[in-house]
Design a protein around this ligand. Structure first.
Ligand SMILES: NC(=O)c1ccc[n+]([C@@H]2O[C@H](COP(=O)([O-])OP(=O)(O)OC[C@H]3O[C@@H](n4cnc5c(N)ncnc54)[C@H](O)[C@@H]3O)[C@@H](O)[C@H]2O)c1
Ligand SMILES: O=P(O)(O)OC[C@H](O)CO
Length: 391
């Protein structure tokens, strides 16, 4: 095959849509051996991203193996296994109902079997389950496997506060980037247009175009006509925003539930964006400030989450019902997770460890409301009292 002939000219609608920094070329080299892809996770976002990935793997057989495995945490749904329902009726009736999934997406309840001979793993589970999943995967994933984390949260432990992509790299010894954006799963699943950001550093042991994963491969894997992908390098920036916007969304839900309206919600988002950026500057200086403003994973995700995400809904119900966070999550989400409830505790623990709680009054207020029943009506004072700019 000639050098020209072994390059795929992906349609301009595929690789060239929108402003793109990493993939101005439309040409993508056919893989020597098509990349085999597995998605770990089958919740609301896990199933949606698996649909996106399976559509592209079917569309680009020169680059990807058409069959995509999706690891499913097995559940019994009215006497039937969830995996059987997905594989026969092509719907995830519990976590993404009324969306038809591609028939090349195969649900697999066996985690280890789902990553057999895999080249690319897409992690997409609620982040509290990541340590157990990584523990199970240890020893079963080759060091040349590449990964993308779609999770939103942090890992806080002996190593301080860690990005989940770094945690995956450390636990499994594989290169891992991240995908994050203004992406309410059901809207993406319904193929309503949205944007996202993928961030990935090319590793030192990169084996070459056509043999290894690069920015163009990642764009081909995730970009759809209804899901426009920007590929950048700032893994830390997009991950910080993705994790912390969930904490800000809880704050928005509280003031909305109290009936304070749009001005109060905008104030929380303003303060929240400032704290997100400060968190990045203090603890992840490699993150880039422009990512917060320019990328879908930045302020756009903050806006969409605060408008219609699960965290805001849970916090709103807490305010209107007086019930605690866990009751509200259970009542509203049918087994899905409001990640901000866990993230605000992780952030609090980390900030306490490094004596920086007072630098992040909104994050701290949200933590105190969720875990220690502080009255939400005091939120403005809690932010004001600790305001660094006060004389
Ligand atoms: N849903 C969205 O709109 C959305 C959008 C972007 C990013 N995210 C992020 O993606 C990540 C995954 O979210 P999601 O919406 O797919 O999940 P989800 O909130 O729908 O959670 C349900 C999933 O958790 C699984 N689960 C339950 N118990 C488990 C266990 N013990 N071990 C492993 N898995 C278990 C369930 O089987 C199910 O697949 C989160 O970090 C979330 O913040 C979500
Ligand atoms: O429903 P949430 O609050 O988990 O937010 C969903 C996505 O993260 C929005 O991009």
């Amino acid at each position: 095959m000639s050098a020209a002939a072994d390059r795929l000219n992906l349609t301009s609608g595929h690789l060239n849509a929108g402003r793109k920094r990493s993939s101005s070329s439309v040409s993508l080299r056919a893989a020597e051996k098509p990349f085999k892809v597995t998605v770990i996770g089958s919740g609301n976002w896990g199933t949606t991203i698996a649909k996106v990935v399976a559509e592209n793997c079917k569309g680009y057989p020169e680059v990807f193996a058409p069959e995509v495995q999706m690891w499913v945490f097995e559940e019994d749904i009215n006497g039937e296994k969830l995996t059987e329902i997905i594989n026969t009726r092509h719907q995830n009736v519990k976590y993404l109902p009324n969306i038809t999934l591609p028939d090349n997406l195969v649900a697999n309840p066996d985690l280890i079997d789902s990553v057999k001979d895999v080249d690319i793993i897409v992690f997409n589970i609620p982040h509290q389950f990541l340590p157990r999943i990584c523990n199970q995967l240890k020893g079963h994933v080759d060091r040349h496997v590449r990964a993308i984390s779609c999770l939103k949260g942090f890992e806080v432990g002996a190593n301080g506060v860690q990005l989940l992509s770094s945690y995956i790299t450390e636990e499994l010894g594989i290169q891992c980037g991240a995908l994050s954006g203004a992406n309410i799963a059901t809207e993406v699943a319904q193929e309503h247009w949205s944007e996202t950001t993928v961030a990935y550093h090319i590793p030192k042991d990169f084996r070459g175009e056509g043999k290894d994963v690069d920015h163009k491969v990642l764009k081909a894997l995730f970009h759809r006509p209804y899901f426009h992908v920007s590929v950048i390098e700032d893994v830390a920036g997009i991950s910080i925003c993705g994790a912390l916007k969930n904490v800000v969304a809880l704050g928005c839900g509280f003031v909305e539930g109290l009936g304070w309206g749009n001005n109060a919600s905008a104030a929380i988002q303003r303060v929240g964006l400032g704290e997100i950026i400060r968190f990045g500057q203090m603890f992840f200086p490699e993150s880039r400030e422009e990512t917060y403003y320019q990328e879908s994973a930045g302020v756009a995700d903050l806006i969409t989450t605060c408008a219609g995400g699960r965290n805001v809904k849970v916090a709103r119900l807490m305010a209107t019902s007086g019930k605690d966070a866990w009751e509200c999550e259970k009542e509203l989400l049918n087994g899905q997770s409001a990640q901000g409830l866990i993230t605000c505790k992780e952030v609090h623990e980390w900030l306490e460890t490094c004596g920086s709680v007072e630098d992040f009054p909104l994050f701290e207020a949200v933590y105190q409301i969720v875990y220690n029943n502080y009255p939400m009506k005091n939120l403005p004072d809690m932010i004001e009292e600790l305001d660094l700019h006060e004389d």
